[in-house]
Design a protein around this ligand. Sequence first.
Ligand SMILES: *Cc1c(COP(=O)(O)O)cnc(C)c1O
Length: 397
Amino acid sequence: MTLANGRRYLAIPGPSVMPDRVLNAMHRGAPNIYEGALVDMVHGLVPDLKAVARTTGHVAIYIANGHGAWEAAAANMVRSGDKVLVLSTGRFAAGWGVVFDRLGVETEVIDFGKRAPVDLARVEAALKADAAHAIKAVVAVHVDTATSVKNDVPGLRALLDRLGHPALLAIDCIASLAVDRFEMDAWGVDVMVAASQKGLMTPPGLGFVFFNDKARERGNDAPSYYWDWRPRTQPGYFYEFFAGTAPTHHLFGLREALDMIAEEGGIEAVWARHEKLARAAWAAFEAWGQGGPLEMNISDPAERSHAVTALRIGGDNGSRLRAWVDEKAGLTLGIGLGMAEPDDPAWHGFFRLGHMGHINAHMLMGALGVIEAGLDALSIPHGPGALAAAAKVIAEA
Ligand SMILES: *Cc1c(COP(=O)(O)O)cnc(C)c1O
């Protein structure tokens, strides 16, 4: 039999769980895109969005997913023939590098593998080798959603400053914005990309590029028409602001999500909730791992994201567990993206638990509870005490 009927928990790491409040805010007729409530609302939305990113710089909003935001940032930051340094810590950083490549930008890629963050010593060596300052931007992810690694962004800024290297610092926060602490201005990030469907709890369809004056001045002065970020910083010209029709309903959804963040106590409170829930999940994974093959992909908690945890469980256990909890218990876990090729049997030995956005303690405990049931049902060996360990973390909050 199945016990899956009831409210499901989509724990693939994006799109994340969408709050009813966000969906209800979108449930309305078409608004006027030239004047009135929508236009007024967007004037207030822009500063609130910047506050979540901790920046007083600019934000351009695109009708796009994360890949579109990648291309938007790349098209404005650099010109064809320029060079960027790509710091690959999993599928997503590498993916952004490909976007630069297709725009005719030379990419030097440093690969840090699938289980480690950026090693600043290797970045230092690459920047020192660039005495002529050919590298126009250093491109990295804050959190790589495939490996669940979290990179030391302030460390990258400190390195660039120490070496006196003028490259822009460009960071992908698509998974981490409104989940893991991120301070765009204080950390000296010049360009940051994000999207609506992860920590921001809104359906996929909005891409954001945050940027500072330095990036605008140094960037491409002739980007392609649609991606050009300059007209998108002036909400007064509403039609130009979106290069055409505004993403009307997504904007109402996003407004509601930003209100929910404010009501929770602001972004600090949201970061604190995610940290606590991540630590509860890790306590459970740690305990299960004591008596079986389950292992967190990133061993050092300081290098793990609070948005998603990537797990290794060997054999075909990952695929079996995902199928079991989905069919029997209403929990959809993420695949092990980029850890092995889909035609490699090793592909089945991974899974990910997304814990970003609209999730709370009972959802997380429910997810952990049914993972334990799945491990039992499938006779996958695991250590005892995982649920108690997770509950203890939550009790101590
Ligand atoms: C999800 C994600 C992307 C890709 O976003 P899409 O909306 O699927 O294009 C890029 N980078 C990171 C870090 C992500 O988590």
